[in-house]
Ligand binder design. Sequence first.
Ligand code: PAF
Length: 283
Amino acid sequence: MRLVKTIKEVREIVKEWKKQGLTVGYVPTMGYLHEGHKSLIEKSVSQNDRTVVSVFVNPTQFGPTEDLASYPRDIERDKALVESAGADLVFNPEPVEMYGSHFTTTVNTTEVSELLCGARRPVHFGGVCLVLTKFFNIVTPDRAYFGQKDAQQLAVVRRFVKDLNFDIEIVPCPIVREADGLAKSSRNTYLSKEERQAAVILSKSLKLGLEAVKNGERSSAKVIDIITKSLETEKLARIDYVEVVDNENIQRTDVIKGEVLVAIAVYIGKTRLIDNFIYKVED
Ligand code: PAF
C-alpha cells in the first residue's frame, strides 16, 4: 500500500490501473479512522480491483467557530488501518495541494441541504460538495462509499452526483456501533468518561422511536416526542434537533410514509453527536 501527497501522483497511479482495465473504489475520509471507516474500505475492496482512501481534514466544510484546528489527526494510525482493510492507496494532501493559495469556485446543493445539519452548519455541505467534486475528478472512481451515519451527507452526495452527471455509483454503508449502541465517530474521542457513558442516550432514544414506528405509529410528531422525552432524561444531553424527514429530499413529513429518515443531533457536553435510523413503510 502506498501513501501519496500530490494530485499528480494519484492521477498517474489511477491512469495506470485504468489502462489495465481495473475498477477503482474510493472512500473519502477526514482521517482518525475507526471501525466505521474500515467497513467502508472493506466493502470497496470486496467490490473493486483497487481502492483509494483519501485522508483530508477539509477546511471548507468547517464554519468559523467549529473544530477544524482541534479535529483529531493521526496519519500513521490511519495508514495502518487502511492497510489492514486491504486498500491500495492513501491520498493525504495538504490543504494547499487541494486549494492552492487563491480558490474562488463553489459547489452547492439546495433543498436537500436546507434542514438538519445544513440549517445549523451553513457552509458545511457546500464544502463537502466542493471537496468531493475535486476528489471525484482526481480519483475518477467507479464507486464511492459513504456511511449512513451521515445520512444527510449521503442524500446531498446522491443528489449532486445525479444533478452534475458524475459517472460514479454511490454505495451507502450501514452505521457501525460500539457494543453499547453509540455510533462510531471520530468525534467520540472528545468525550470524557462520564460523557461517553451519557452518549448512549442517542441510540437508546432512537431505538424507542424505531420501536414505536415498527408498532405502527405514523405520526412524526409523536415519534419526535418519544425520542425527545427520552433524550431529556440524560442531564448531560442538550438537544440540537430531532426531525423526521423523507430520506430523498430531506424535507419534513408529518406522516411516516415511504422511506423516512429519523435524525437527531445532540450535544453531550461540548461535543455535538449525530445519529439516525431509516424506516421504509411498505404500501
Ligand atoms: O464524511 C466525511 O468525513 C467528510 O464529510 C468527507 C465526505 C470525507 C468530505 O470531506
